[in-house]
Design a protein around this ligand. Structure first.
Ligand code: SF4
Ligand code: SF4
Length: 433
């Protein structure tokens, strides 16, 4: 694709912000139309359309804010076609906070009732009635486990309507009951004690990535930290904010602000990039209330790197490709810490691939709501990973782990897809080399 051109300043007559997005205009005015964000935008890369680029979306939103365009289904489509990956924020020399613009736009779209269709209804139901309610979520995952054990999913799939069939193909394999057990409320430090941290375990993580949570607690304890796992914590609300439901997102965030505020910890450690990014923005979402949580949150790799990792002595053999979760590298600015940690594992050869910081197409539940675009975006990533011939692919976000696992399996990539802390945990469990 040709390099983006600097576009002439659009011939927009000065207008008084009057439309439904008027509050966003100050953030949009930071955009100087340079186009540096275009090459990093996955939807621009796939479509070649200016309107599906960050700069094009800003034009569109500004036109709505100034009352020159209506907030309609076309605007809604562009707002949701964006992956909210925030790669454009890293590329932008003017510091445009694109994630906030797009999430506020989605909230306006939802308020205006502009989004319909089967996938949106399922999404709304899941986000409101399942994700924040651990008992219901557990019951559903138990049911899914039974269906998978009886292989009913495979038997019934050909008979399902297309939308349900695609949904069932994306359902991850439910792990064993043992890995879904709740962690103890305190995992004590090993060796010389260096501090006390809270561990955020998330909503979906305990059901599908309980092993990652357990590995995170063990690795932190191994590094001398008491790990507090408050039972009263809950969903962080990130998915709700991305889907245009800031009200519920903020209600969920309030709970964690209270719970971790009372836990008396030095830091709140998070192993899911999407959750960490949302929690770090609690001060923006809930001014005067969310700042203490925002200041305490650390990604697990960032935390261990800052604290100084106790280097593992056991070996893990193989070539490891680290793939950056968007909401870690672009939203939290954590890029080198995971690589530095992995490089300290004896036997690991860290190998680069050509596309580490672009989105894998998971983007929360984007792979459910925009299947074709998600697949196209993932295809670039898989091609780059395959060329690097890894034995392991490491990435620190549950959505990315699911997406990369299913993509690797479908494309015949033999690499195992894991969270970086799982490799550290494995190394700590091996005999001294
Ligand atoms: S957030 Fe990602 S998909 Fe959306 S405009 Fe920015 S780079 Fe493109
Ligand atoms: S969003 Fe940033 S990088 Fe993109 S055109 Fe505007 S100023 Fe340039």
């Amino acid at each position: 694709m040709a390099a983006p051109q600097r576009e002439p300043e659009p011939a927009i007559a000065p207008a008084t912000p009057a439309g439904p997005l008027a509050d966003l205009v100050p953030g949009m005015l930071d955009c100087v139309h340079c186009g540096l964000c275009l090459p990093v935008c996955p939807t621009y890369r796939e479509t070649g359309r200016e309107s599906s680029s960050p700069r094009g979306r800003i034009y569109l939103l500004r036109a709505v804010a100034e009352g020159r365009l209506p907030l309609d289904a076309g605007v809604a489509e562009e707002a949701y076609l964006c992956l909210d990956c925030r790669a454009c924020e890293t590329a932008c020399p003017s510091g445009v906070g694109f994630g906030r613009l797009i999430e506020a736009t989605r909230a306006a779209v939802e308020q205006a009732g502009l989004r319909g269709g089967f996938a949106s209804r399922i999404e709304r139901f899941a986000l409101r009635e399942l994700v924040p309610k651990p008992r219901r979520l557990r019951a559903l995952v138990d049911l899914l486990a039974l269906v998978q054990w009886l292989r009913l999913d495979r038997l019934a799939r050909p008979l399902l309507p297309r939308a349900l069939r695609e949904l069932s193909e994306l359902a991850p394999q439910v792990p064993s009951r043992r890995s879904r057990r709740a962690l103890p409320e305190l995992v004590p430090a090993q060796g010389e004690r260096r501090g006390r941290v809270g561990l955020f375990v998330g909503c979906v993580m305990p059901e599908f990535f309980g092993d990652v949570n357990a590995a995170t607690a063990r690795v932190l304890a191994r590094n001398g930290f008491d790990v507090v796992v408050p039972a009263a914590q809950g969903c962080c609300g990130a998915l709700h904010a991305h889907a245009g439901d800031p009200g519920l997102a903020n209600d969920l965030a309030r709970r964690n602000i209270d719970v971790f505020g009372a836990a008396n910890v030095d830091a709140v450690v998070v192993n899911s990039a999407g959750c960490g990014a949302a929690m770090r923005e609690a001060g923006y979402a809930l001014p005067g209330f969310g700042e203490p949580l925002a200041a305490a949150v650390r990604d697990v790799c960032e935390f261990l790197d800052d604290a100084g990792l106790r280097p593992p002595t056991g070996r893990v053999e193989g070539r490891v490709c680290y793939d950056d979760p968007c909401h870690l590298v672009h939203a939290q600015g954590v890029r080198d810490a995971p690589r530095r940690l992995l490089a300290q594992i004896p036997g690991v050869t860290l190998v680069l691939h050509d596309d580490p910081t672009s989105c894998c197409g998971a983007a929360g539940i984007y792979n459910l709501t925009h299947r074709e675009m998600s697949r196209a975006v993932l295809a670039h990533k898989l091609k780059a990973l395959a060329a690097a011939e890894p034995d392991w692919i490491a990435s620190g976000n549950p959505g990315c782990l699911m997406q990369l696992r299913s993509g690797a399996q479908a494309s015949g990539l033999r690499a195992r897809v894991v969270h970086p802390v799982e490799l550290l945990d494995l190394a700590y469990s091996q005999p001294e080399s």
